[in-house]
Design a protein around this ligand. Structure first.
Ligand code: SAM
Length: 287
């Protein structure tokens, strides 16, 4: 059982026997809170994804403390020892290379295991690329879907892409720079060129940029460029009512006009899919 009374009377940090999840910057090292720095300086031990990354923060803020590596490969083996340390009264901080631990980064597993042993977990919140990109996108941000990195397996990937094409809520995706163009082309196929999107690159850093405003334009922007830096995509949800209106009236009328003028159904659908920024199959379904 988690000791809730302990949580509500907390005074001095860090406390013995507590696991702290510490959010760190996603680029700009000044985006770290005094509370986070205090924890990193004063816990018994800092478990970090890559000691070289965390040392940069230590160096900038004159912190010296015990660092151990805690990443995707070794975290499973290290969790039992960390739990013993916590039970013996040590305080431990978990940090990832950037942003919030547990968001597409190590952290999730240890929280789950530690809590099941009745040990308290406290988060010292920090930057998160998904939230930073979302709130600057101008799209609906109070309700959204976070997909993280899309799966690589074709079937799972197509399922998610299809879901995104139908989502009414804003979707946030992480992607590596060298896979960005492939993903944008897939989004073009599933969502159409008119779908609003913002590609947020290098958030909080010197070369931060926000590229929009729809899939077609963003593809054109990156067409001739080598994509470098870190990328988060924000995709606007569909307006279902608007889409149905297009399907029922304008689309049917246009389709009849084009096929009467001699275009094959396939050619007319391809043309209209581009014009309305929707998938070709939506037009086929109309017929
Ligand atoms: N835990 C991190 C967080 O809270 O945002 C995410 C870690 S995940 C392994 C790394 C991915 O986050 C990158 O591939 C990129 O998609 C996104 N990301 C991280 N930093 C970013 C930045 N400065 N600008 C844009 N996207 C970023």
């Amino acid at each position: 059982m988690t000791n809730n009374s302990l949580l509500s009377h907390r005074k001095e940090e860090p406390e013995n026997g507590i696991l702290y999840l510490v959010g760190t910057p996603i680029g700009n090292l000044n985006d770290i809170s005094p509370r986070a720095l205090n924890i990193l300086q004063n816990v018994s031990l800092v478990a970090c994804e890559d000691t070289r990354q965390t040392r940069k923060i230590f160096h900038k803020f004159n912190i010296s403390n015990n660092l151990i590596s805690f990443n995707k490969e070794n975290s499973f083996n290290k969790i039992p020892k960390l739990i013993n340390d916590l039970k013996s009264g040590k305080s431990i901080a978990v940090v990832s290379d950037a942003g919030m631990p547990g968001i597409c980064d190590p952290g999730e597993n240890i929280v789950n295991k530690v809590k099941s042993e009745g040990i308290d977990v406290i988060c010292i919140p920090g930057a998160c690329a998904a939230i930073t990109a979302l709130v600057t996108s101008g799209m609906t941000s109070s309700k959204f879907i976070f997909e993280g990195f899309l799966p690589k397996r074709k079937i799972e990937r197509e399922k998610i892409l299809f879901e995104i094409s139908k989502n009414e809520k804003t979707t946030v995706i992480y992607e590596s720079p060298h896979r960005l163009k492939k993903l944008l082309n897939e989004l073009l196929d599933y969502c159409g060129g008119n779908r609003e999107i913002i590609v947020a690159r290098e958030l909080t850093k010197k070369h931060e940029e926000h590229v929009g405003n729809n899939i077609e334009n963003v593809l054109k922007f990156f067409e001739e460029k080598e994509v470098i830096g870190e990328i988060t995509l924000v995709i606007k949800g569909i307006d279902k009512k608007k889409n149905q209106a297009i399907n029922k009236s304008d689309l049917k009328r246009d389709l009849i006009e084009l096929t009467s003028a001699g275009l094959t159904l396939s050619a007319a659908s391809r043309y209209l899919a581009k014009k309305y920024g929707i998938k070709k199959s939506i037009i086929y379904n109309l017929v």
